[in-house]
Ligand binder design. Structure first.
Ligand SMILES: [Zn+2]
Length: 490
């Protein structure tokens, strides 16, 4: 929340949230700093690109990168390593950008595996610089001058995003490990060198079983335009009706080698693709094969020196991600289902755990549109609850995504529901609270038993604001901190 003394936005410096104004920290001018940060990342980008062109041989570096990417993906499933997003992005984006770059002057006798490691690290720095620029430009970060350098720090707008990421296991490595262990046996059976036909997962079942992994990859690999540059290309597969299971069947028709990538000739690739996907040569080249004259697709099947490379485990990561992209409707349906469960069960349980009585889904028999998600009571207090199972979305780091969030929360209180840009009138939370105050006897409750009747919006993720018109807005995880009143009584 803003500073209680001067109402400035707080910033986070080394784990603590402080008011820059009250503690004498000078924030840099936004406009000048956006320009400076923009120039900075563009310089890093062009230095990186000239370094590349003058050091390495294009085909060799591409081959090495493709292998490193595959090793990264294999480690993810075998060693349960946490998912290093910027590492995976670096490898994919490097392959993508190097392929597009026509001029290279190779330096002889260099060690490509060392070179690739350094390159990936340099590229991660670029990604970090550009991400910081984007976050600052979106108003989610502030800038200060430290040691004569511009340093960016998150402001409180970003903190709710950060909390939501953590809540979704993005960045929390230890949790990712647990999850992957849990899924390991099932994943193993899918990625074994056998046709997928031996595992009976329909898209519905897969989305249901692996919802959190799919959602995690989907939202984190499409978190901003740097990621979208390469992972956004996966939606091109829709054009050839490429389903996740067709992709795995195709990939599994090639033997996976332990120490290198499988590869095949162009003509064989084209004929096998026709068999599996029904695509003619033109479409196969345009949407499946990735090479200098065809860079409009995701760099999955890379053509280097006349051979097409097959990356088994990378394909499996893409297979997971594709469920959110290709089966978007299915995935959204599952999200809705989980949202309803959240409204019915999870919120009730959180209140009951701290001693409240919770009655879900109250309606007024005379006025069916007035639906109340829940009424929670404790001692002489009553809360009229509205639940929102909203979750993480791709492009979560953008101001307009956050603004929609704020708009929708205000809409709940004010009685407006937004679909696209249009708003429709709905019963407002304020009206619902008034209704409860005046008619609680319809549910067998008596006004004389309560001193306070107030409203709260409970959300799955961390909201960008904590109060609006006297109504508390909070993440389900915050219920114990805010509403555990048992201590006060004893
Ligand atoms: Zn202050």
């Amino acid at each position: 929340m803003p500073c209680p003394k001067c109402n400035s936005l707080l910033v986070r410096i080394e784990e603590s949230d402080i008011c820059p104004n009250c503690s004498g920290i000078v924030l840099l001018d936004r406009k000048a700093t956006v320009n400076a940060l923009g120039t900075n990342f563009k310089e890093v980008e062009s230095a990186l690109s000239s370094l590349l062109k003058n050091r390495v041989e294009k085909n060799r570096i591409l081959k090495e990168l493709a292998w490193q990417r595959e090793k990264f993906s294999r480690d993810f499933f075998s060693k349960y390593q946490g998912f290093d997003l910027s590492g995976f992005l670096s490898l994919n984006l490097l392959i993508f950008r190097i392929m597009k770059e026509p001029y290279f002057n190779a330096k002889k006798d260099i060690n490509y595996s060392i070179e690739v490691k350094e390159l990936v690290n340099a590229f991660k720095t670029f990604i970090q610089t550009k991400s910081q620029y984007l976050l600052f430009e979106q108003g989610l970060f502030e800038a200060i001058r430290a040691d004569d350098k511009i340093q960016v720090i998150p402001n409180e707008h970003y903190l709710s995003i950060l909390n939501t990421y953590e809540d979704n296991d993005i960045w929390a490595q230890s949790k990712t490990e647990e999850r992957i262990k849990e899924y390991k046996t099932i994943f193993d059976s899918i990625i074994r060198n056998q046709p997928l036909g031996s595992v009976s997962y329909t898209p519905e079942e897969f989305v249901d079983h692996f919802y959190s992994v799919i959602s995690q990859l989907y939202c984190s690999l499409l978190r901003n335009e740097i990621y979208d540059e390469v992972f956004g290309l996966i939606k091109k597969y829709v054009e050839i009706a490429l389903t996740p299971s067709k992709l795995m069947d195709f990939v599994n028709s090639y033997q996976m080698n332990e120490n290198s990538l499988a590869h095949t000739s162009v003509s064989e690739f084209i004929s096998i693709a026709k068999k599996h996907f029904g695509t003619e040569e033109k479409k196969t080249r345009e949407l499946l094969m990735f090479y200098e004259n065809s860079t409009g697709n995701f760099p999955m099947f890379i053509l280097i020196n006349g051979r097409v490379y097959i990356s088994h485990r990378t394909a499996f990561l893409v297979y997971i991600l594709m469920h959110a992209v290709i089966y978007k409707d299915l995935f959204n349906k599952e999200t809705e289902k989980r949202s309803r469960e959240f409204e019915r069960e999870e919120v009730r349980k959180s209140f009951e755990d701290i001693g409240w009585t919770y009655s879900p889904n109250r309606t007024d028999k005379k006025n069916q549109t007035l639906e109340i998600d829940g009424i929670a009571t404790f001692d002489r207090q009553m809360l009229v609850i509205e639940c929102k199972g909203w979750k993480l979305y791709p492009f979560y780091e953008y101001k307009n995504r956050q603004n929609y969030f704020v708009r929708d929360i205000k809409g709940i209180v004010d009685g407006e529901k937004f679909t696209d840009e249009k708003s429709t009138k709905i019963p407002s939370l304020t009206e619902k609270i008034d209704f409860v105050k005046n008619h609680m006897d319809v549910w067998g409750l008596s006004p004389s038993d309560f001193d306070v009747v107030s409203g709260a919006i409970i959300m799955r993720s961390y909201p960008p604001m904590s109060e609006y018109k006297g109504i508390k807005i909070l993440c389900i995880k915050e219920i114990p901190r805010i509403f555990d009143l048992r201590k006060g009584l004893s």
